[in-house]
Design a protein around this ligand. Sequence first.
Ligand code: G6P
Ligand code: MN
Length: 448
Amino acid sequence: MGNKFVMVGGGSTQSPGILEVLRRRAQELAIDELVLYDIDEKRVSLLGQYTKMYYAEMGSLVNVTYTTDIDEAFTGADFLFMQIRPGLNAQRAVDEKICLSHGVVGQETCGLGGFSFAMRVIPAVRQIIRKVKELCPDAWILNYTNPEAILSEAIYSEFPDAKCLCICDMPISIEGAIAKYFDKDLRDLTFKYFGLNHFGWWTQIIDKDGKDLLPLLREDVLSGKIDTLLMSNDETVGDQYWIDTYKQMIKLFKNFPEYFPNCYLQYYLTPDEMVAHDDINFTRGDYVTNGREKRIYEECERVIANGSAKDSSLHAGVHGNYIVDICHAIIHDTRERFTVNITNNGSISNFDPKAVVELPAYVGASGAEPIVVGEIPTFQKGLMEMQKAYEKLTVEAALTGSYQTALKAVMLNKTIPNFSVGKAVLDDLYEANKEWWPKLKDDFIPEQ
Ligand code: G6P
Ligand code: MN
C-alpha cells in the first residue's frame, strides 16, 4: 500500500511548486493518493481540476482528488503538507496598511502584521491538528504555514506528541545564494545556524575540506567588493522586493559582521528603513494578490476551459523541493541535515530549553534531532529572548483571548516604539480582524 498525501490549504498559490515536485518524485515517495483540501471551494476546485488533468496528461499514476470535506481528506492520510492563510492575501494587505498608517512594520511574519496573522492562524491550525489526531493520528504534518515562529511555538506546546515539523524555506534559500557565491554545490557545505524562525544567524559555513568560508564572505562584504548575493531561488529572481531584501541583508552583515543574518532581521534592526521603503497604497499583499494569485487562477481557468493541460506546466523551486526533500528524509530515514523549527531542549545552552528555536537538525524516520549549538552571545540572546517572550505571549493571547496579554505581546515586539502606538495598532487590527481573531476579553481595565 502506498502513501496518501494531503495538501492542507491545497488551493494556495504556494501549492503549484509543491505539486510539481510531488508529481516528479511520486515513486520515491510511494504516493498513490493525493488530495487537495481547502475551505475555499473555488480555489481548490481550480487547482484540483488543473492538477488532475496535468498529472494524468504527464502520465502520473497518482490518484488526484480535491475536496472541502476535512473528514474525507484526512481519513487514511500518511502525510499532510500544511500551508493555510485565513483571510487570504487580501487580509495580509489590510494588516500591512493598518501598521503602516501608524508608522510601523506591517510585514506578515514580523512586526504586528505577524501578530495579526498569528491570531488568525492559531485557532484554525488547532482545529486542523485536532482533526489529524482524530482521523489520522500516525500521519506526519509538515507545516509551512506562517507566521511559522509563533505557530510552531503554539503547535509544539499544545500538541507535544503531534508528528509535526514546522519548516521555512528562507534558510535554505540564503544558503543556496551563499553556495552560489562561492561556486560550490550546496550539498558540499555545512551551515551552522541558530535563532528563531525569520530571526537567525549563520555562524559558520564549512566546506568539504573543513574550512570556514564565513570569514571570506565577511571580507568581501566589508571591503565593499559585494553589496548583495545572487539568488538561488528561481521563484524570487527578478522580484524587486527580494532584490532589495538581499541588499539589505548584506548591509546588516556589514554593520554587524560577527554572524551572517537571516534577511528577515531587516524588520527588527532597520524597521524605520523598511517602513520608509514600503508603499501604503501597494503593499506586498497587494502585489501578491494582483500578481501570483491572478496568474495562477487564470491559468487554471484557461486550462480547464481548454480541457487539457498539454500547453501548461508547473514550476518547482526551493519552496517545493525543500518540503519534499524533508518528507523523503522521513520516509527513507536518510538522517540528512535540514534547518527546522524545533524545541531547544538544551541545544542552545543559555536559552530557554522549552522554547522553539530554528536550528539545523538531522531528519529521519523518527523526526528531527537538533545539533548542539552551545552558548550564544549576549546581543543575539537578548534579541531572541525579547522576541521569544513576544511569541509566547502572542500564543497565550490567541488561546485565552486576553486583551491584556495581547497588549503585553505587542509591547515586546521590537518594531513597536511605545504604548500609544502599540495600543492603537492592536485596536485597529482587532477591529479589522473580528471575523478571524478570537474574541478578546477586555481585562485591561480592572473590574470596579
Ligand atoms: C519566504 C519566506 C516565507 C514567506 C515567503 C513570502 O519564502 O520564508 O515564510 O511566506 O517568503 O513570499 P511572498 O511572495 O508571499 O511575499
Ligand atoms: Mn518563512
